[in-house]
Design a binder for this molecule. Structure first.
Ligand code: GRF
Length: 206
């Protein structure tokens, strides 16, 4: 940690809403971290504009047009060079095979209560549609360590919301996102405070 602050790299592929939320919390002094680098797997998304408007160093590594290996290599090289304390996926839609050196340093937020409603293709409205189709009365969000499967590693923390009668996927998404805006900064602050330990598949928050 330089400056005594947890240095973050944030990986995005879309609107960057979670990224903006993190930076707002940092600016407000309620999240003791610094976003060192933003990496987007798409150049044509609002998240890139938002990141740059916020004055954050932003690198585009286009997934399209690269082989899986080329993308993997570029992303890994960029992250090795930046050497952040923690890598936060925030609406990052590409699979990255996490090198051993980064084990325990890569986290994600998912808009459902994992291990349910995760996996390939389970993002955005697809998640909320599936929760409603399954007739669940509770949903929420999960911050979890990443492994090499989509939405799969050990959970660090979750927040729940009710599913209300007549909810549309958009209604539920909005209710869950409010909780995501609390959960992700809370989880990152736990790392900043050295309170999260990963031992095998077991997460301990002290
Ligand atoms: C968040 O809802 C999070 O649950 C998921 O991606 C969303 C943020 O992506 N992982 P974006 O900022 O809307 O692109």
């Amino acid at each position: 940690m330089s400056d005594g602050k947890l240095q973050l790299a944030v990986l995005i592929s879309g609107t960057g809403r979670s990224l903006v939320n993190m930076q707002e919390r940092i600016a407000a002094g309620t999240l003791d971290a610094k976003i060192k680098l933003v990496i987007s797997s798409r150049g044509d998304v609002a998240g890139v504009d938002r990141a740059r408007e916020l004055g954050l160093e932003t690198v585009i590594i286009e997934r399209r047009g690269l082989s899986a290996e080329e993308f993997q290599q570029k992303l890994t090289n960029t992250l090795v060079e930046a050497n952040p304390d923690l890598i936060c996926m925030a609406g990052f839609l590409s699979l990255w095979h996490i090198p051993d050196d980064f084990h325990g340093r890569v986290i994600n937020i998912h808009p459902a209560l994992l291990p349910d409603f995760g996996g390939k293709g389970m993002y955005g409205h697809h998640v909320h549609e599936a929760v409603l189709r399954a007739g669940k009365v509770v949903s929420g969000c999960s911050v979890h360590f990443c492994d090499n499967e989509y939405d799969h590693g050990p959970v660090i923390l979750q927040r729940q919301v009710p599913v209300k009668p007549g909810d549309t996927p958009d209604d539920l998404a909005a209710r869950v996102f409010e909780q995501e805006c609390i959960a992700y900064p809370e989880a990152i602050q736990l790392f900043a405070d050295g309170r999260v330990k990963l031992d095998g598949l077991t997460v301990t928050v002290s």
